[in-house]
Design a protein around this ligand. Structure first.
Ligand code: PGA
Length: 247
């Protein structure tokens, strides 16, 4: 079976609707679509619709939400429900991103509720897991990702549209990335837990954390990696196209 590589861009709190339109025009001009490679863009909620419009007719790419609330509607100031994200054009959602867990304090339990809401809403789930530097130095990388995966996925229908992103917290936005071997080792641990939870080998497991044009090829040379989730280096359309050209 040929490997299908997924390149996912997490724009975080960058790129307004107007900037997103300019970005997508440029990206689609310079990017050369390839068989077996797919793309996902996670813009801020206000720019989802602009990206969705730009991607009409580009079936190899989807747009998604960076975060959702688990409730379908109500008095939750500042939050975005799954149905609001979907009506703006989202076909996927990040769940449990490290910044949600460590900056906003999302717990494993809240992450599970968000995952359930995304599944119920029919969107693809991109579940993010990863250990802190303390966990890593204490030899708890696998234990941490196993805990995060189990609390998010135990009892969930293995037929859901699921992607996992392994993002060591200490590597996100820091310029420090896991070595290709470290990433591959963590991915093998994740794959074992997924199998124990009943998820088939087809679930893609991406790597994220300071991925850039200089290190993406070495990371993707590891067969355990099915793609990358990229923050800072995805903010420039030419740079992002150069990264996606490695697929
Ligand atoms: P980074 O972010 O590429 O800027 O490290 C990755 C992420 O947070 O998804």
């Amino acid at each position: 079976m040929s490997r299908s590589i997924l390149f996912a861009a997490n724009w975080k709190m960058h790129l307004s609707p107007g900037e997103a339109r300019t970005y997508m025009d440029r990206f689609l001009e310079v990017d050369a679509p390839r068989a077996g490679r797919s793309l996902a863009f996670f813009p801020p909620a206000v720019s989802i619709e602009a990206v969705a419009r730009a991607l009409v007719g580009h079936d190899h790419a989807v747009v998604g939400a960076q975060d959702v609330h688990w409730e379908p509607k109500g008095a939750f100031t500042g939050a975005t429900s799954v149905s609001l994200a979907r009506s703006a054009g989202a076909a996927a959602a990040l769940v449990g991103h490290s910044e949600r867990r460590h900056v906003f304090g999302d717990t494993d339990e809240e992450t599970r509720r968000k995952l359930d809401a995304v599944v119920d809403g029919g969107l693809q789930v991109m579940l993010c897991v990863g250990e802190t530097l303390d966990d890593r130095e204490a030899g708890r990388t696998d234990a941490t990702t196993a805990r995060q995966l189990t609390s998010a996925l135990d009892g969930v229908d293995p037929g859901i549209d699921l992607v996992i992103a392994y993002e060591p917290v200490w590597a996100i936005g820091t310029g420090r990335n896991a070595t290709p071997d470290d990433a591959a080792r963590a991915h093998r641990g994740i794959r074992n837990v997924l199998q124990d939870l009943g998820f088939a080998g087809e679930t893609r497991v991406l790597y994220g954390g300071s991925v850039n044009t200089g290190n993406v090829a070495a990371l993707l040379a590891q067969r355990e990696l099915d793609g990358v989730l990229v923050g800072g280096a995805s903010l420039d359309p030419d740079g992002w196209a150069a990264i996606c050209a490695e697929g």
